[in-house]
Design a binder for this molecule. Structure first.
Ligand SMILES: Nc1ncnc2c1ncn2[C@@H]1O[C@H](COP(=O)(O)OP(=O)(O)O)[C@@H](O)[C@H]1O
Ligand SMILES: [Mg+2]
Length: 289
């Protein structure tokens, strides 16, 4: 197993071909922040305790007293009916939405009370993939992948492949190879299929050298075949690079196939937290009754 923090190697790796030979490199702490102080390799990727969220002071909480811990490298599916707060939970884990109560730790670091810069640094260790891929249509696939590096560094060199530093361009190509789309690097993003576009969005998330990937219904707008390919890509990345994967899904089959653990929201609380091996389609469906 290796990590995506590996330095760029000369030449491009064929997809998944030689990854075992890439040296594992831990993410580097930002020397100007205290983001990694106190973090240990055993820290869970995500730990939330007593999380509660309501929109509006008088409204009912979307959910309350939600607690769970996701060990590094685990693949977790979040399921539940429409409006049960799956997307809100995923965003609260990064404090992209502010919870009303509770603690959040990412990779051993508490997110509360952090300055904007440290918070940005801690968030940059999680690649977020949305239902809509939001690629820039007129730019090449490689330029779109490069945009992922803006999570860590901002500047015109991150906008276009032609302006990028060669090591960034090489790393973007490496990320593209990891989603098996190296051959499409020069293609315009608006000439891709839906499934290819989403895999480019995954490569863009890899470009920020994340330790974890969060995905909110990443295959909801794809046909079944493309959806399977995208989910397989996620699961392969998690297994082969030790990335933690937390994804929201309405496909219960995907939860059972690609996750090791399932979290289910119902009636304003975390109603299910179980290994997928213990669950069946029928048992998961009961969450929607
Ligand atoms: N910004 C917001 N302002 C007010 N209500 C919101 C906002 N975002 C989400 N909600 C409400 O919170 C509930 C949970 O939403 P969401 O997390 O999107 O659910 P899910 O992803 O499970 O479908 C819904 O009732 C939704 O209408
Ligand atoms: Mg949602």
């Amino acid at each position: 197993m290796t990590t995506l923090h590996a330095p760029v190697r000369p030449g491009f790796e064929p997809a998944f071909g030689h990854r075992a030979r890439l040296p594992p490199v831990r993410p580097q702490a930002d020397p100007d922040t205290d983001a990694h102080r106190g973090a240990s390799p055993e820290s869970p990727a995500v730990r939330v305790e007593g999380l509660t969220k309501r929109f509006g002071r008088t409204s009912r909480p979307v959910w309350s007293d939600v607690s769970f811990s996701v060990p590094t490298g685990q693949r977790v599916a979040i399921i539940g009916g429409n409006g049960t707060g799956k997307s809100t939970l995923l965003r609260c884990c990064l404090r992209l939405i502010e919870p009303d109560a509770g603690d959040i730790h990412l990779h051993g670091q508490k997110l509360d009370g952090r300055c904007a810069r440290t918070l940005r640094h801690l968030r940059s260790e999680v690649g977020f993939v949305f239902q809509k891929h939001n690629l820039v249509p007129r730019l090449s696939v490689l330029s779109n992948v490069l945009h992922g590096s803006m999570a860590r560094t901002r500047g015109p060199r991150q906008w276009l492949q032609s302006l990028a530093r060669s090591e960034d361009r090489d790393y973007a190509m490496y990320c593209l190879e990891q989603v098996r789309l190296g051959h499409l690097a020069e293609r315009r993003a608006d000439h891709l299929s839906g499934g290819q576009s989403q895999r480019v969005a995954v490569a863009r998330a890899l470009m920020q050298r994340p330790r974890a990937i969060f995905a909110d219904e990443p295959v909801a707008s794809l046909d079944p075949q493309a959806g399977e390919e995208v989910m397989e890509t996620f699961a392969d990345l998690a297994r082969n690079h030790g990335l933690t994967l937390v994804f929201v899904s309405h496909h219960l089959e995907h939860a059972l196939t690609y996750a090791e653990r399932v979290l289910g929201l119902r009636d304003g609380r975390l109603d299910l937290d179980a290994p997928t091996g213990r669950e069946t389609l029928g048992s998961l469906r009961s969450l929607y009754d």
